[in-house]
Design a protein around this ligand. Structure first.
Ligand code: FES
Length: 105
């Protein structure tokens, strides 16, 4: 379990780039849910933590592919491959991520 940051450091609507290997993007949605996905877009080399969060989707800042934060699936091209999702745990007001054991697509 990797500590990300205190819960209060990640307000709703914000994202945090966790410098793991590979990097992980953690999002706090406007609805109060927290999701973690691979940070690097599967189309080219863009950080999804720098993208635009809308509902349960993030839009890549480079070519506007959209990924569903709940499943990692692509909702809008040009990306074709999904990103991996990671388990989020909030304990004692701290956000943790349990990285997926799945291979990267
Ligand atoms: S780099 Fe993300 S859509 Fe192109």
């Amino acid at each position: 379990m990797i500590p990300v940051c205190p819960l209060r450091s990640l307000p709703r609507g914000e994202a945090f780039r966790l410098d793991a290997e590979p990097p992980i993007a953690v999002f706090h949605t406007e609805d109060g849910e927290i999701y973690a996905i691979d940070d690097t877009c599967t189309h080219q080399d863009a950080s999804l933590a720098d993208g635009w969060l809308e509902g349960c989707e993030v839009e890549c800042p480079l070519h506007a592919s959209r990924f569903d934060l709940r499943t990692g699936k692509v909702d809008s091209p040009p990306a074709k491959l999904p990103v991996r999702t990671h388990t989020v745990v909030v304990e004692d007001d701290t956000i943790y991520v349990i990285p997926s054991q799945e291979p990267q697509p």
